[in-house]
Design a protein around this ligand. Structure first.
Ligand SMILES: [Zn+2]
Length: 237
């Protein structure tokens, strides 16, 4: 293998590693976003259940208030009974008292129902609170490890970029330009190995005689994809 090809091969290895690291780096903010969304979902659920409980408690307060008003009203009606002159007034007031007492019976039932509802809502809320806390904790742990991973990846990327510039400084400018141009157009295997007698880049069959020459160290450019085809440790005819 000619020296410049060996260098291009090293450079290509670096670039592959850089691509991998960059892809990993890009996946981290995405994953963090997923965790945050999960936590937000739990928060929203919790606040919904909390609103429900508040509504039940407000209803209870209102019912209790209504009930007290009715009790006061009944007491007032009763106090006025003795001062009533006519029978019809008396009967009407008694009716009013009975009606108000009935209303309070209904209110008592509603208060009891609201108490059961409150119990249930409280249990649901407690479960949601536990779920939320668990999700927040899980997210925090995951985010911490993702931040650590981010730092590691950034460090690795810096290191490999230093290595890359060392290698590229040793590659002939013209060949380096050609390599970079080729890569920038999406060609990821500027230097490729023979795989089962074919070009590793585009799988075009290479004549056996040529393959033999490549094995012997001769430079070969694939006529179809333009890759430098070399003999690598996993190459075969
Ligand atoms: Zn090819």
């Amino acid at each position: 293998m000619e020296e410049f090809i060996a260098r291009l091969l090293d450079l290509q290895e670096c670039d592959r590693e850089i691509d991998r690291l960059k892809a990993d780096l890009e996946s981290i903010p995405r994953e963090m976003k997923i965790h945050r969304k999960d936590t937000e979902g739990h928060e929203a659920k919790f606040s919904l259940f909390k609103d429900n409980l508040d509504e039940i408690r407000n209803r209870q307060k209102k019912l209790t208030g209504d009930r007290q008003d009715n009790v006061a009203r009944i007491a007032d009606y009763k106090s006025r009974l003795i001062s009533l002159k006519s029978n019809s007034e008396y009967t009407a007031m008694l009716k009013q008292i009975t009606h108000t007492e009935k209303m309070n019976d209904q209110i008592d039932n509603m208060i009891l129902e609201a108490m059961y509802e409150e119990d249930e809502a409280l249990q649901v809320l407690e479960r949601a609170l536990k779920d939320r806390d668990r999700a927040v904790k899980r997210s925090a742990i995951r985010e911490e490890s993702l931040s650590a991973k981010l730092k590691d990846l950034e460090k690795s990327l810096d290191d490999i970029q230093v290595r890359r510039s060392e290698i590229s400084s040793k590659v002939d400018t013209k060949r380096l330009k050609m390599y970079e141009k080729s890569r920038s157009t999406g060609h990821r295997e500027v230097v490729t190995g023979i795989k089962h007698g074919s070009c590793g880049g585009c799988l075009t069959k290479i004549p056996p005689q040529k393959a033999g020459e490549i094995k012997g160290g001769k430079t070969y450019i694939c006529p179809l994809c333009g890759s430098y085809v070399v003999w690598t440790s996993d190459s075969s005819f």
